[in-house]
Design a protein around this ligand. Structure first.
Ligand code: FES
Length: 98
């Protein structure tokens, strides 16, 4: 059972997925889809409400930026990387593997 259809996901528009007891931020960039923890490592903010630019997502609360591909911090004030999750894209089916 997939989590999304690829054509339901709009490039650069993150969505939140609740799966296996976790909140996950899922973002499509072109034909690629990335999954990271939805809660910013700086404080309690949902990254799926943030802004995406290329492979970067910016937290709406204090402006920390993370790399969607690796979860690494790009810009302070966050200093701790986000967990990332593998995503399987099979034709039009998108599954976050957790
Ligand atoms: S909560 Fe995300 S940068 Fe502060």
């Amino acid at each position: 059972m997939s989590d999304f259809k690829l054509d339901q996901l709009e490039t650069g528009v993150p969505v939140r997925l609740e799966k296996a007891g976790k909140s996950i931020c899922v973002t499509r960039v072109g034909d690629l889809v990335f999954a990271i923890d939805d809660t910013c490592t700086h404080a309690e903010a949902s990254l799926s409400e943030g802004d995406v630019s290329g492979f970067k997502i910016e937290c709406w609360l204090h402006g920390a930026e993370f790399d969607l591909r690796t979860g690494e911090v790009i810009t302070l004030p966050a200093t701790i990387a986000l967990a990332t999750y593998p995503v399987r894209v099979d034709a039009n089916s998108v599954t976050v593997e957790i």
